[in-house]
Design a protein around this ligand. Structure first.
Ligand SMILES: Cc1cc2nc3c(=O)[nH]c(=O)nc-3n(C[C@H](O)[C@H](O)[C@H](O)COP(=O)(O)OP(=O)(O)OC[C@H]3O[C@@H](n4cnc5c(N)ncnc54)[C@H](O)[C@@H]3O)c2cc1C
Length: 642
């Protein structure tokens, strides 16, 4: 042990003591200076939203107490530049080394690369570690040494790779570096402003941030709820899943520890012949795999926060309608399941995965709103807002992944309501205005007889909106948009004018006019994603935070009781759609395969597996520079279920 070495431990989203490789390495080599730097300027458009910042603040308070009890003080710095904050720390205490754990989102990849380079030029030793993943994104390749572009193949390979067991014992004592550094208080960091405090206080009733709470939550889930995960996870209300995502996002829980705890249970259940337990563990590990895959995709395709992986949406005629965007945010689309989900999201910062899929698919397929706007709104409002998972989620639903939903697939929220909320309890909870609607009509109140609506106190168009758009019209509009997209793509291919940017046209002059044909949108230029504003987010009868109400189990294949078609309320306003376009009611892997093989997308230069591991930033920068066009692997075998 080099007992006189002075190391700065730069904490970011690894807010834990246990299995923290950077902290463990620093503690082994001498005295430490744990530092957290908050630099809003560098977060850019991905400045975290209110609930996410609340979580971060609580988690930092928790970490500070843990570090203090081990003998070191967490230095908090609010800075204009992370690099200058780090160099000031180095000078103040005479440190010779800086250590940190890797991040893989597009903002951090660039920032960390620059910082590592500059600190190296100053003669400092800089070491970075894997504190967030089972396997680094540059470790998993197919047999030809190429990057995987389908989840199942990726996960199968990952599972076959040897995963290190949890090896980094928490330090039992830390030696604080001598010297003083200018630091600020938690309040001065500015993670929470005065106006946010009262709403934030509610979050504390449902959630307990902090690494030791994360540990308890994991133990409780593995011991009590993992067994039933394969069935329970389909319930959209209540705590039917592990609720570990915010802990995992902020690195309060080591993913290696999660993996090994679940894997050990699985081995035990396998020995006992408990097939339900074995299946649950396997599905849960797959969910962890999706998180790994999100980092894998972002690292290997660092453009995916801006454009689709398949690059197929670059000619899609988005309908950038601010009124529809607002109605979606406020939960006023007229589709009860979508509206309930959006109101829950706004009120609690949390929604079940299935609801995330439903509301995001509605956003893209029914409203034709640009997926990047939805992704940004999720980023602004989710408690577990995580750029990589957010990106992969939106890419998955918008036909942008070889194994995700097809762009043509249009799921009807009415049917989904009967599948995932058969009694309508979830809707009733989040839409009090529909609280007295009988289950039979709750997911399609527009079909309910007048006397049923009257008895329930529902006046459509007055206290609950009519649907923004009819399902059949939405289907036709989507097909027409895809038709236009393909025509434009073919024309561009013919003229060799390959667009690479997904351009969003502002159709706001047509706001309120549902007849606005995507084709005829008034082109005003590229519209940036409108930042969400709390001022226009007035949700009627908002519930308090984080209810963990138990729901009845859904009957998986429940059909809706009657098959009435939606009666479209604004028929006259709808454009004429080319009647030759085929139905979009079902997803078709065959169709998708054809689509996929027609489209090409940018992938980094094929990488051959190397046993000499490149440094993280070297890999990141070399791959960014050397993107080449590669044909998508068209031998897709199936779809990934998120
Ligand atoms: C459009 C969309 C946006 C999303 N945005 C986010 C986001 O910002 N942050 C986020 O953490 N998750 C996001 N997800 C993924 C998923 O919805 C959440 O991870 C999950 O609901 C968290 O609940 P849980 O911890 O109880 O999950 P569990 O079902 O208990 O799963 C365990 C863990 O596996 C990981 N996981 C599960 N499903 C996914 C998935 N589909 N993609 C990536 N990781 C997954 C999470 O880390 C989760 O904590 C998004 C999904 C969609 C469809």
């Amino acid at each position: 042990m080099e007992s006189n070495s002075k190391t700065i431990v730069w904490f970011r989203r690894d807010l834990r003591i246990e299995d923290n490789p950077a902290l463990a390495a620093a503690a082994r080599s001498g005295s430490v200076l744990p530092v957290f730097i908050w630099c809003p300027k560098e977060e850019g458009q991905f400045y975290p939203g209110r609930v996410s910042r609340w979580w971060l603040k609580q988690s930092l308070i928790h970490l500070e107490q843990s570090l203090k009890s081990l003998g070191a003080e967490l230095v908090l710095i609010k800075a204009q530049s992370t690099l200058s904050a780090l160099t000031e720390c180095v000078e103040a205490v005479g440190a010779t080394k800086v250590v940190y754990n890797h991040l893989y989102d597009p903002v951090s990849l660039v920032r960390d690369h620059n910082i590592k380079q500059k600190l190296g030029e100053l003669g400092l030793s800089v070491q970075s570690y894997n504190g967030d993943l089972l396997n680094e994104p540059w470790e998993v390749y197919d047999d030809d040494g190429k990057v995987f572009t389908t989840f199942d193949a990726y996960w199968e390979k990952s599972l076959r790779m040897q995963n290190e067991p949890v090896s980094h014992l928490p330090p039992w004592r830390l030696t604080q570096v001598a010297g003083s550094v200018k630091m600020c208080s938690f309040e001065e960091l500015g993670l929470e402003n005065e106006s946010e405090k009262s709403s934030n206080a509610l979050l504390g009733k449902g959630w307990a941030p902090g690494w030791s709470n994360a540990d308890k939550a994991l133990t409780e889930f593995v011991e009590n709820n993992l067994l039933g995960y394969s069935k329970d996870r389909l319930r959209v209300g209540g705590n039917s899943t592990s609720l570990l995502s915010p802990y995992l996002h902020f690195g309060e829980l080591s993913v290696r520890k999660v993996f090994h705890s679940v894997r050990m249970k699985q081995i035990l259940w396998t020995k006992e012949g408990n097939s339900v337990g074995e299946k649950s563990a396997s599905i849960y590990l797959r969910a962890i795999g999706l998180r790994e895959y999100s980092r894998y995709i972002c690292f290997n395709f660092p453009f995916t926060h801006e454009r689709s992986l398949l690059n197929n949406l670059r000619f899609f005629p988005w309908n950038a309608d601010q009124t529809h965007f607002k109605a979606w945010r406020q939960g006023r689309t007229g589709y009860p399941l979508v509206d309930a989900g959006m109101r829950e999201l706004w009120a609690t910062g949390w929604v079940h995965n299935k609801i995330r899929v439903i509301v995001s698919s509605f956003f893209v397929k029914f409203l034709l709103l640009p997926w990047q706007w939805g992704m940004k709104y999720f980023w602004d409002t989710l408690l577990d807002a995580d750029l990589e998972s957010d990106i992969i989620g939106w890419q998955y639903i918008s036909g942008s992944l070889p194994d995700g939903h097809e762009l043509e697939r249009l799921d009807n929220p009415e049917f989904q309501g009967f599948n995932y909320d058969p009694e309508g309890e979830y809707v009733r909870h989040w839409l009090p205005e529909l609280a007295r609607m009988p289950a039979e009509w709750i997911h399609h109140p527009w079909d309910a007889p007048f006397n049923v609506l009257k008895a329930a106190g529902v006046e459509l168009g007055i206290n609950y909106p009519n649907p923004l758009i009819d399902v059949d019209v939405a289907r036709d509009r989507l097909m027409q948009a895809i038709f236009i997209m393909r025509e434009k793509e073919a024309a561009a291919n013919a003229s060799d004018a390959h667009g690479t940017v997904e351009v969003v046209f502002d159709n706001s002059e047509n706001v309120g006019d549902s007849s606005a044909n995507p084709k005829d949108g008034v082109v005003k230029g590229k519209v940036p994603c409108p930042s969400s504003s709390s001022y226009d987010q007035r949700v009627p009868s908002m519930q308090t935070a984080c209810t963990h109400k138990k729901r009845p189990k859904p009957e998986e294949e429940t059909k809706k009781p009657n098959d009435n078609k939606l009666s479209y309320k604004n028929e006259s306003k709808i454009s004429n759609i080319d009647g030759d376009l085929c139905s979009t009611a079902e997803s078709s892997s065959m169709k998708k395969q054809m689509t996929v093989s027609r489209n090409s997308f940018s992938v980094p230069r094929a990488i051959t597996i190397s046993h000499d591991r490149k440094s993280f930033e070297e890999e990141a920068s070399s791959q960014k520079e050397e993107e080449t066009e590669t044909e998508v692997n068209s031998c897709k075998t199936g779809k990934t279920e998120l």
